[in-house]
Design a protein around this ligand. Sequence first.
Ligand code: FNR
Length: 361
Amino acid sequence: MEFEPVKLNEFEELARKILLKKNYDFFRGGAEDEYTLSENIKAFQRILFRPRVLIDVSKIDMSTSLLGFKMAAPIMVAPTAFHKLAHHEGEVAVARAAAACNAIMVLSFSSNCTIEEVASSCDAVRFFQLYVIKQRDVSMKLVKRAESNGFKAIVLTVDRPRLGRREVGLKNKFVIPKFANLEGLLSVNVKSKGGSDLKALPSATLDDAVSWKDVEWLRSSTKLPILLKGILTAEDARKAVEAGVAGIIVSNHGARQLDYVPASISALEEVVRVVSGAVPIILDGGVRRGTDVFKALALGANAVMIGRPIIYGLAAKGEHGVKQVIEMLQNELELTMTLNGCPGLKDITRNHVQTENDRLR
Ligand code: FNR
């Protein structure tokens, strides 16, 4: 270990030194020109604070709940694929760290540890991220396994009809590992179509025909609440609410799917406006600082999720590294609330931030 990180981004530096280049590139990369990848970070930097003073901030309460489940802070672990490429303990280490921080983890469909391994690693509230794939019965089997293993919600990712074109992966001839959760379940290996990691990724793990009808199908087949991940417009947010989902995740998949979509923080407000409190809204994409978390909350999100920083913490120091990443972000949020004059999450308002649009008015 060369230095002790004092901010999330420094875990990336450590991870870059430790990981095989092709694995680091897989985690870091975005689609095509990576415009959205850099926007996810830059858009947060264009939002400024309007702090209030002379408010008693001697006690800060960051605790909250989502769908009735308590969390230490409005910070969750986003579903990201193949954690064993970062550390041999994989998703089990992340699950333990998240549980220790009282943060909800969303386990990826594309995990290296199975649903069962993660469920038996420790007690915690966890959600399962699902793709609806060509073999609907296989997707449904995963939902049933998530249910019977105590997962509390299904996060249905809807922005991946095909894989985005991730050119670093193409250059590195990156080969996607096996999908542990699908072991023994897929009966076909249909020829690949489009996307970057072609040779390795069986198109059986995708379906470009998925539609709103499948949301209805999923809703009628499970009692678990369903959150839709990958909503970026008011139009789709309205449809999601009409479809009866329990929550919306404003996300551009960490800029790995369609390039030149706005940063998710830039898309947040239009979603917040149309949803108007009907269901909780979570944001992910580029959250690296407690100040970013605060900005997302001020613009109307109920919570945020972090993707890459978790992987980098895992690569750098295993379970302990993930715990450090989450705690660091929680501590930064606490300080941001203090300095903005907000003792509780309910005290954070739209007036505490000034966006670029506000400045143009
Ligand atoms: C992802 N993401 C993702 N999303 C999902 O629904 N299922 C998945 O399996 C994955 N896998 C995945 C792998 C890697 C390496 C990355 C970086 C991202 C997207 C993820 O859930 C989340 O939307 C972003 O990671 C959030 O952006 P940041 O925090 O990484 O900037």
